[in-house]
Design a protein around this ligand. Sequence first.
Ligand code: GLC
Length: 480
Amino acid sequence: MKIAILASEGAPYIKSGGLGDVMEALPAALQRISGNEVALILPYYKKILEDDRYPVEFVTCFDTQLGWRQQYTGILKLKNRTDGVQVYFLDNLYYFGHRPGAIYGQLDDGERFAYFSKACLEALLHLNFIPDVIQCNDWQTGLVPVYLAAEYYPKFPGTKCMFTIHNVEYQGWADGYFFDDVLALPGNWRACLDLNGGINVMKGAIETAHLVTTVSETYAGQLMQSYYAHGMEGILQNAAGKLTGITNGIDVNTFNPATDPALGCHYDVTSFGNGKAKCKKLLQEEVGLPQKAEVPLMVMVTRLAGHKGLDLLCYIAERMLKEQDCQLLILGTGEPQFEKFFRDLAEAFPQKVAAEIRFDLGLASRIYAGGDIYLMPSKSEPCGLSQMNAMRYGTVPVVHATGGLKDTVPGVDEMGQGGLGFTFQSYNADDFYWAIQRALNLYHNHPDKFYALQKTDMEQDFSWDKPAARYLELFRKMLG
Ligand code: GLC
């Protein structure tokens, strides 16, 4: 099957979050299934352009028409991908190559990604890569099925399009003028994109894609409810027949405690005790915490965003640190009030808390390896990947049972039996604290049971093999 995967980010080239990780592993997993030919298309951001690890060759160029704008598009092919996935970057200096800073968050993001979506379809034509299936991701590539349905279908007669929602919170809202000025679609397509008088790209994608998926089964159900769906519930209820949840995997080659180059010491599931203990010691040293083997080290790697459940942690942090024999380590950046909170907390409890307010993938790996307990109290979580990374490295998760966290971390009892981690059901600080206390109790008072739970966590298959097979199943369903 010929598969084109379109996205606004993809590791290792460019990544701001989980979407980037999925775009690293899913194309590779689909390519490994024999008979598949996978092309991945990404924007050629300044950061990729300046990175000499990613040499490219020029394939061809053309103009992409966006309303009255005629914009250059160059197709560059990555030269050193070794697993068979064809990686193409779309080159346009105005929208991507000359923009400094982050991937998202520019005033004209709507126009930038409308351009990218249309340029992707043009690029497939110029590459003469007419796919059986186009898989696109989040609102940034959400105009692909819309353009396909409105304008491009004669050129892609057999092509089916899947739209995948990684987070319903970001929908691609724009003013009404965007429809005429940027999209310049025939007037009868306005209704498809209109939501409450504005233009909503995700709505258009849901309505025009042949199938819609999201990144866990529980989240697929939650998307029907207004509490989770950020105004998209009605649209998704109408589309319920074509919505499926497929729980993400993780890249088990990248995230492997036996080989991860970021670690100072390696271990695997057969004998992890000593190796993991050494990683913990090195980590405590690296972040300036007392090197105590017997004190449980609770860790978090997270964007410091409200929906990650940080308000629960803020609420209980001081009490917990006074009452419990534990250490707490946080890595991440985000909303200023949280950055400040954790900096202040580390200052108030220097023997117990370390706050690393930055983005550091190497340290993230060392935290998965060196931690004992991984905290993830997200208010909502489409899938979440770091809880799986943590388990792969033998770090026991404590999670709010929502979205993908519910699907990937079945709850254990007081003795650590019957699941993979400690869970709490209602979004409430005391319930979170109680789940933490159960984890600490197991750590302190039943170390053999804690060890057995770590081992069970490490033994799980979080690879992309099964999810990729499910994607393929849905691709076949679309093709009839
Ligand atoms: C988004 C979601 C996260 C998910 C990731 C990859 O970042 O917030 O839960 O794991 O996408 O699908």
